[in-house]
Design a protein around this ligand. Structure first.
Ligand code: HEM
Length: 451
């Protein structure tokens, strides 16, 4: 139910620019800006970015209201989602809205049922074992963990959802997506023509999107006429028929495949990369994790039966996604006037939910910047439900959450059992793009552990 126009005004942060409001603050130093907001507010704060009225929901109750309790009043018609859709992902699951989204979600959902994920765990296991073999020949080398993890998770998503070995395309996809990720962020900030000429950005962005869509086009072409021979998500999407018996049109199919390919590998790769970073900075936690994983796994790589026994690996993944949430913010548009925690929200306002702020907020987490996997020990739930929402929530909860957890536990436990990770950088800074990446990658030394 929407409230009538009651409610007090939310506190306002005016930003450093009279005209642009907080836009420049966010563009110049996004991480510092987020930290400043974390230090000063704990419920809801109103910001202005040029002409946009934005409410940052920090309190878990406010987040729950938008994602879950009154989700029907909050759609994805936001500037950034529209940009992501128009320039890159089209009307795929992530960017679509309304009945069209629901239809697509129902179509894709069976590919993420528990039984399917159990099957995928065999592929996750095989791909991880292959990486271990490769790394075993690189003892003492410095590797970019960011790149290594992106290649691995792309390989897994290619094989599980599309029955394809994408090793050959990982360079092209990695490079084109990295460009798109940077350009998209710059393009989102380039909101007004007098300040930034966004035409060249658009051209480059469209070129990167064309490269990605070309790869996806090949994937679909390869499958045409062979749908019956495969039992995977791609065949499910290609075999789907609407009420009039028509298949999904090629552009829609490309949107779905591209969305799953990108959403299905980039975030998990970031979650793993940040976990290795935190473990390297906390050697005690790294040794404890290695010991526990070796005790469960011996020399093997986990499968769906052993994954539930790898408690500490799960705790490490959850804690690392708290400090470094791979999807660091979520946007929504308020459709009809509403009231959240007693504050008035005008129709058309942009709602900004930032995992990066709430996950690090001292009101909801004790010593938030300390890496303490113990926070996530089973039965020890944070009393504020939406203080933790790495996969979003409500009906738009990440469709790949279980897939991602299974995959990251298999990979993390196997790699930490066999290798020790050593930082080679004094400082690692965050890049707040569509996803949260380490700036300049994550070079790390890997050392084989004695058997
Ligand atoms: C650690 C890994 C991952 C993280 C942190 C993550 C995070 C998220 C978040 C926060 C959302 C919600 C966005 C919103 O509400 O606006 C989302 C949606 C989505 N994710 Fe993930 N994700 C991960 C892995 C995956 C994987 C492995 C897949 C697929 C194989 C996937 C596919 C999707 C799709 C298709 C959506 C849109 C769902 C919908 O709206 O129906 N994600 N993800």
């Amino acid at each position: 139910m929407n409230a009538t126009a009651t409610g007090k005004e939310a506190p306002y942060y005016r930003g450093s620019s009279l005209i642009l409001g907080s836009l420049l603050d966010l563009e110049r130093d996004p991480a510092g800006f987020m930290q400043m907001l974390t230090n000063q507010y704990s419920e809801i704060v109103r910001l202005r970015m040029f002409r946009m009225n934005i409410y940052l929901c920090i309190h878990p109750d406010a987040i729950s209201h938008v994602l879950h309790d009154n989700h029907m009043n909050y759609d994805k018609q936001t500037f950034d989602y529209k940009m992501l859709g128009d320039r890159l992902l089209g009307k795929g699951l992530l960017t679509n809205d309304g009945p069209a989204w629901l239809k697509q979600r129902r179509l894709a959902q069976p590919a993420f049922h528990q039984k399917r994920i159990q099957k995928y765990s065999e592929i996750m296991n095989e791909c991880t074992a292959e990486l271990i073999e490769k790394w075993s020949r690189q003892d003492g080398a410095t590797l970019d963990l960011s790149e290594e993890m992106a290649n691995l998770t792309l390989r897994i998503v290619g094989r599980t959802l599309f029955s394809l070995d994408m090793t050959g395309q990982s360079g092209e996809i990695g490079d084109a997506f990295s460009k798109a990720n940077h350009l998209m962020t710059r393009r989102i900030f380039a909101t007004s023509p007098p300040f930034v000429n966004f035409m060249p950005l658009d051209w480059k962005l469209r070129a990167a999107a064309r490269r990605l869509r070309a790869v996806v086009g090949q994937i679909i072409e390869l499958r045409k006429g062979k749908e019956d021979q495969f039992d995977d998500l791609l065949s499910m999407l290609m075999g789907a028929r609407d009420d009039d018996g028509n298949p999904m049109d090629t552009e829609q199919l490309k949107d779905e495949v591209l969305t799953l390919l990108l959403a299905g590998h980039e975030t998990t790769a970031n979650a793993l990369t940040w976990s290795f970073h935190l473990l390297a900075r906390n050697p005690g936690e790294q040794s404890r994790l290695a010991e526990e994983c070796r005790a469960v796994l011996g020399q093997s790589v986990a499968d769906f039966q052993t994954v539930p026994k790898l408690q500490r690996a799960r705790m490490v993944m959850e804690e690392s996604m708290r400090i470094y949430p791979p999807a660091w913010s979520i946007g929504r548009r308020c459709m009809k006037e509403d009231e959240i925690m007693g504050y008035r929200i005008e129709a058309g306002s942009l709602m900004f939910l930032a995992q990066l702020v709430t996950h690090r907020h001292p009101a909801f987490w004790e010593n938030p910047m300390e890496f303490r996997p113990e926070r996530f020990r089973e039965g020890k739930k944070n009393s504020h439900g939406y203080a933790y929402f790495p996969f979003g929530g409500g009906p738009r909860l990440c469709i790949g959450a279980d897939f991602a957890m299974m995959e990251s536990i298999i990979i993390l436990s196997a790699l930490v059992s066999r290798f020790e990770f050593e930082s080679v950088q004094d400082e690692v800074s965050m890049e707040l793009l569509i996803t949260l990446r380490p700036a300049g990658g994550m070079p790390m030394k890997i050392h084989k552990r004695p058997d």
